[in-house]
Design a protein around this ligand. Structure first.
Ligand code: GDP
Length: 374
């Protein structure tokens, strides 16, 4: 199964928790709908977090979409926890930056964006809360250009606004997507009405991507998608989508965009093991060590060396964390993110390996977009 390791980056209150909940719901990872104000959300499972109403501790949860395993790595949205943001950015391959449709880019979204820049994390953007009074997609897109200094490529046009926001026109597929009671309905978009918007998107893409220029005027969906992917991986532009997490609008096309535009993980399953610990959760009954396998394959029962302490420990269980439950798995290959039980002392930031002196290499990042498209 192919993998996307992604984080959701957001200013506190932009709707990251709600969006994460909706992703888990839409992908079938949860069957109950968590509500932030009821304190029942899956990702904010620490009581301290619930009390403070902000996401303090990172957690990684897995779900499946369109033949891909999505590992969602929670990243704190509060500047006070910037060490933890840094650590989570090291294990991500890509991110969804969430903005408030009324406020647009806010100071904290700007600082998290800069951190992601330093780590070279390819991003797509989601302008949330389009159902709110005063929400303005076009203005939010312009604030991305002005405040983040990156070329925004809006691949959707909202249908209706504020309380009448009902869906989006996807300019890549030229389909109109609407949600009625959370159910997605799809039909061809009116070419006469949305042809000009599609043409403007093609022109913006062609300006940045020479290969796309050749098809200007009759750009195929494939060409547009490939060009958008390459621009995203290079960081030359950011694809912008929109919706309302709270009203269950826009989540499915966002997941399609995660699969289409964000990178595949790199790493060699046949190499010696190198796994980065990015989070330790001292939860009962077992201490869980969240790690990313950068290279090699981690197997249940392996004895691993902790590069910080020099100690060796045995991997008793490997767990895939799926929202509110854990599934035991026998092994995890390069690129995957899992939790391990049985490791007693390893701390966040250390590397685990099956050799005493591991060769640590920097996590490779989407160097060649064409390789990952294959
Ligand atoms: P976080 O701090 O980024 O995790 O944001 P939350 O998911 O906790 O959301 C903050 C507040 O915004 C909560 O009261 C949510 O119910 C609300 N909210 C989230 N998404 C939307 C949305 O799409 N529309 C509206 N109107 N409110 C939303």
């Amino acid at each position: 199964m192919r993998i996307r390791n992604i984080g959701i980056l957001a200013h506190v209150d932009a709707g990251k928790t709600t969006l994460t909940e909706r992703i888990l719901y839409v992908t079938g990872a949860t069957h109950r709908r968590g509500e932030v104000h009821e304190g029942t959300t899956v990702t904010d499972f620490d009581p301290q977090e619930r009390d403070r109403g902000i996401t303090i501790f990172a957690a990684a949860v897995s779900c499946d979409w369109a033949g891909y395993r999505l590992n969602l790595i929670d990243t704190p949205g509060h500047v006070d926890f910037s060490d933890e943001v840094e650590r989570s950015l090291r294990v991500l391959d890509g991110a969804v930056a969430v903005f408030d449709g009324v406020a647009g880019v806010e100071p904290q979204s700007e600082s998290v964006w800069r951190q992601a820049d330093r780590h070279g994390v390819p991003r797509i953007a989601f302008v949330n809360k389009l159902d709110r009074p005063g929400a303005d997609f076009a203005a939010a897109v312009e604030s991305i250009r002005d405040r983040l200094g990156v070329v925004p490529l809006a691949v959707q046009v909202p249908i209706g606004s504020e309380q009448h926001f009902t869906g989006v026109v996807d300019l890549v597929t030229m389909r109109a997507l609407t949600w009625v009671d959370g159910q997605l309905q799809e039909q061809p978009a009116d070419a006469a009405e949305f042809g000009a918007a599609r043409r403007r998107l093609e022109e913006a893409v062609a300006e940045l991507h020479a290969a796309a220029l050749e098809e200007l005027g009759a750009m195929s969906e494939h060409t547009l998608r490939t060009a958008l992917r390459e621009l995203t991986l290079r960081g030359d532009a950011v694809v912008v989508l929109c919706g309302s997490a709270y009203r269950d609008k826009g989540v499915e096309p966002l997941l399609d965009a995660v699969v289409a535009y964000l990178p595949d993980p790199a790493g060699d399953p046949g190499a010696d093991l190198a796994a980065l610990v990015f989070k330790v959760h001292a939860a009962r009954p077992a201490r869980l060590t969240y790690l990313r396998v950068h290279d090699g394959t981690l197997r249940r029962g392996d004895v691993v060396w902790d590069s910080d302490s020099g100690r060796s420990e045995r991997v008793a269980r490997i767990l895939r964390v799926q929202a509110d439950r854990h599934t035991d798995i026998a092994s995890a290959v390069a690129g995957d993110i899992v939790a391990v039980a049985g490791i007693k002392t390893a701390r966040a930031g250390t590397t685990l390996s099956t050799r005493r002196n591991p060769v640590l290499r920097k996590a490779p990042r989407s160097a060649d977009p064409l390789v990952s498209v294959a």
